[in-house]
Design a protein around this ligand. Structure first.
Ligand code: CAA
Length: 288
């Protein structure tokens, strides 16, 4: 089974992840309806996509014409009704179960009955989100990694009631984006975060245990373990708030102390040090 034909993709929530997913979809030739709550947020996402496609033109990875064609495929929207004719809708809003459930209940009403509804959640249960709809068989996880345009992996997550057709449609869509999807079940943290979150929390604990600076810890893990970027730079990229939330969600389900967010990073979150997006986390950033 290869899933069904997809022409139009909806993306709900146009932050760093949603804009990245929309970028990948327009580059792959899909018409994309990108929805966020205000015109300003939609415009910022459009600018972000435009910026990264221009960088590709600058590096001769894309022609100026290809960039124009790709950008023209992105249709910003502030109303959910504009997603009605999408074949697949990918949700990338805030990591809050109630917010996602409220959104999926609305998507269930407005989006064509045979469309697939996918969540990009990183640590919530896809089944819990699907439970807010009357059609849980069409709900799956499509978990992209940050930065979505650069990271090849997509975890295609099957919840208890997901249909084979929905899972295979999401898998084929991810492949057509040029990604390397894997299929997995709806367990806490799925595959990567089940491993990566406790590991990153260990790294943060080592900062205090070994009294090593973030710079030196990052050097240790890039130069000594071959990581493409150090753990502090990675948590700054993902977002300190996102990492704390994912850790709390995993801890609530697994009760493994390694998944609990270390106090140091909870304090950073509480102080508004959110990483790249706030301009400061373990490091300071000029451009966000
Ligand atoms: N969106 C779109 N394009 C982007 C981008 C973004 N956010 N960031 C960078 N790019 C583009 C830029 O155009 C950039 O080129 P310029 O700087 O010339 O403009 C180009 O990509 C290449 O960027 P880099 O030179 O920074 O690329 P790199 O070779 O250094 O690799 C990396 C960057 C892929 C991020 C690499 O460092 C890496 O693999 N890091 C690990 C990332 C990782 O582990 N991510 C997973 C996080 S966990 C997660 O996401 C799960 C979760 O649920 C929270």
């Amino acid at each position: 089974m290869n899933g069904r034909d997809v022409r139009r993709v909806g993306v709900v929530g146009l932050g760093a992840m949603g804009a990245g997913i929309a970028q990948v979809a327009v580059e792959a030739g899909y018409d994309v309806v990108g929805r966020d709550v205000t015109e300003d947020l939609c415009a910022k996402a459009g600018e972000r996509i435009s910026h990264f496609l221009q960088r590709k033109v600058d590096k001769s990875q894309l022609t100026p014409e290809e960039r124009e064609v790709a950008l023209a495929r992105f249709a910003p929207a502030t109303s959910l009704e504009e997603l009605a004719q999408c074949d697949v809708v990918v949700e990338a809003i805030v990591e809050d179960l109630e917010a996602k459930q409220a959104l999926f209940a609305q998507l269930d009403e407005v989006v064509r009955g045979d469309a697939v509804l996918a969540t990009n959640t990183s640590a919530l249960s896809v089944g819990d989100i699907a439970a807010s709809t009357s059609t849980p068989e069409r709900v799956v996880g499509m978990h992209f990694f940050n930065p979505a345009p650069l990271m090849p992996l997509v975890e295609v997550v099957r919840a208890e009631l997901s249909s084979d057709d929905a899972v295979e449609t999401a898998f084929a869509l991810a492949e057509s984006f040029g990604k390397r999807p894997v299929r997995c079940h709806d367990t806490p943290g799925f595959v990567v975060n089940r491993i990566l979150i406790p590991l990153l929390n260990d790294c943060i604990r080592v900062l205090d245990e070994a009294r090593v600076s973030p710079e030196d810890l990052d050097t240790a893990m890039t130069a000594g373990a071959g990581w493409p970027m150090g753990p502090c730079a990675l948590v700054d990229l993902v977002g300190i708030d996102v990492h704390v939330h994912a850790s709390e969600a995993l801890y609530a389900k697994l009760h493994d102390p390694r998944t609990a967010p270390p106090p140091r990073i909870v304090a950073m979150r509480n102080e508004g040090l959110l990483g790249r997006k706030s301009g400061r986390g373990f490091y300071t950033y000029e451009s966000r």
